[in-house]
Design a protein around this ligand. Structure first.
Ligand SMILES: [Cu+2]
Length: 362
């Protein structure tokens, strides 16, 4: 907090409402905070003025014994024009500031780094211009409403962005409406299925910022978070190059990366624990019971079908919560995920085994 407050978006009162200054230098972040504080002080000033007048009039025109009652004047043109025009000027200023801020938020600068953002229940995925996605994640610590330091319940994927450069997000959803929200950047924008929306920010200082979903989108809505890590541009480039898919390392290794980057980790564990979906640990080659009575063996065809047409066979005891990845994963990526699930098996069979028809008894 700067005691030598220079703008409205600064000083004690700004700190009281916002905690810290906006960490984005996009116009919407600057204009948003200033406009909020402007409206706040305007409201305070009018409140004091109007309440002061009210008390003054109450005392001055109080009915007293012996005081003659007079009829109040019906009109005072100058006064009426003044109390219409003066507040209107304040409102016109708010409208134009807000309108400019909004227009600026929607239209990203031409030199922006364009990053694709996909939202799905309940994960974020960023795809960089070179096709890379982030395989890194972390648990972060936040302060809850009682003031305790709490560690986040889920791993948050770490997305890197370059410092000092505008970043434009091209956003769409795989399922329901989500809302991308980074309080530090003062940016919030809805994300829809079958439609792109765009938003931009510019973070000048390296550091971490938490992303939330501001739209109620189901069970784990409140745990749908991510970290935006601002890095100096050369480090950012090196990072996304190192994240480019390592096909040279073998299919299972690629599958392990896709498990995080494609959001499977939001619902499937690989350590045996139950989540929204079944764990992948030790399922390879096993016979699973399905809702409605049938059985299926976890082999490549079954896994492929589970990913592309999840509703075709529902694992007993689980909801039909998985969305189709049709069009989201190419054949190589499906192969890689299958190889990864195979590598998590208790007793992975020799390569080539189990590639026949799914054994079904329904
Ligand atoms: Cu959401």
């Amino acid at each position: 907090m700067n005691p030598m407050s220079t703008t409205l978006a600064d000083g004690f009162w700004h700190w009281l409402w916002f905690g810290s200054p906006a960490k984005s230098s996009s116009a919407v972040a600057r204009i948003g905070d200033e406009l909020f504080m402007y409206i706040f002080w305007l409201s305070v000033a009018w409140f004091v003025f109007l309440m002061g007048l009210t008390f003054y009039f109450v005392v001055k025109y109080q009915r007293r014994p012996g005081k003659k009652l007079t009829r109040s004047p019906a009109h005072h043109t100058a006064l009426e024009i003044a109390w219409t025009v003066v507040p209107t000027l304040f409102l016109v200023y708010i409208f134009f500031k807000g309108f400019w801020g909004y227009a600026d938020a929607i239209v990203a600068p031409a030199n922006a780094e364009v990053i694709n953002l996909k939202a799905q229940k309940w994960a974020w995925r960023m795809t960089y211009p070179n096709g890379a996605e982030s395989p890194e994640s972390m648990r972060f610590v936040y302060t809850d409403s009682q003031g305790n330091q709490v560690t986040s319940a889920q791993e948050a994927p770490i997305f890197v962005v370059p410092a000092g450069k505008p970043v434009q997000l091209r956003m769409s959803s795989m399922d329901v409406i989500h809302s991308f929200w980074v309080p530090d950047f003062r940016s919030k924008f809805d994300i829809f299925p079958n439609r792109y929306t765009s938003y931009w920010f510019q973070a000048d200082e390296p550091g971490d910022h938490v992303v939330y979903c501001a739209e109620y989108c189901g069970d784990l809505h409140s745990e749908m978070y991510a970290i935006i890590r601002v890095l100096p541009e050369p480090e950012y480039r090196a990072k996304i190059n190192s994240w480019a898919i390592p096909w040279g390392d073998g299919l299972a290794a690629v599958g392990k990366v896709l498990y995080t980057t494609k959001g499977c980790s939001a619902c499937h564990s690989v350590d045996g624990s139950r989540n929204t979906g079944p764990t992948w640990k030790g399922i390879w080659g096993k016979e699973h019971e399905m809702e409605g009575g049938g059985k299926a063996v976890v082999d490549p065809n079954y896994i492929r079908e589970s990913i592309l047409v999840p509703g075709a066979k529902i694992v007993k005891g689980y909801p039909n919560q998985m969305v189709s990845y049709q069009g989201q994963l190419n054949d190589r990526e499906l192969d890689a995920l299958i190889a990864y699930i195979e590598s998590l098996g208790d007793n992975p069979p020799a390569p080539g085994a189990g590639y026949g028809e799914s054994a079904e008894s329904n």
